[in-house]
Design a protein around this ligand. Structure first.
Ligand SMILES: [Cu+2]
Length: 144
């Protein structure tokens, strides 16, 4: 009898460990912090700042986003990777470009054509990387 009770107890305990736990937290979504307005010098890491903004006022069609990265003494730094992802928050996924790499101009400016096919609310998510690691993720919200 005692053996049977122990066996049942063992089964209950085993079943308990197999039950999915609701306490298991899902991985947090990638966090993009809200960027200060375009043209502002924004800290990137301990020794760099950057600016971003459209080359001209954005319009329906394709507009060029510029990013410049500077060392603290004001020189262009081109050793980072920059990616941009454009989408409309109110219709998430409908026009999502996915992460697209900015291309360096010969003046050391990071450039990305951004397709903006309709008026409304837009978000551009910028991801800065160096040596394969993400340095900063930022979000720019604007109305077109
Ligand atoms: Cu849309």
């Amino acid at each position: 009898m005692r053996t049977l009770i122990l066996a049942v107890l063992a089964l209950v305990l085993t079943a308990g460990t197999l039950t999915p736990s609701h306490a298991t937290a899902a991985a947090p979504p990638q966090a993009y912090k809200q960027l200060p307005k375009p043209g502002t010098r924004i800290p990137l890491d301990a020794s760099h700042v950057f600016t971003y903004g459209f080359a001209a006022a954005p319009k329906i069609g394709t507009s060029i986003m510029r990013v410049e990265i500077f060392t603290l003494d004001g020189k262009h730094d081109t050793s980072f990777t920059v990616k941009g992802d454009a989408d409309m928050p109110s219709m998430r996924g409908a026009h999502a470009s996915g992460d697209q790499p900015f291309v360096l101009s010969n003046k050391g400016v990071y450039l990305l054509p951004v397709r903006l096919p309709m008026p409304g609310d837009w978000e551009i998510r910028l991801t800065f990387g160096k040596n394969g690691k993400t340095v900063l993720r930022g979000s720019y919200l604007f109305d077109l």
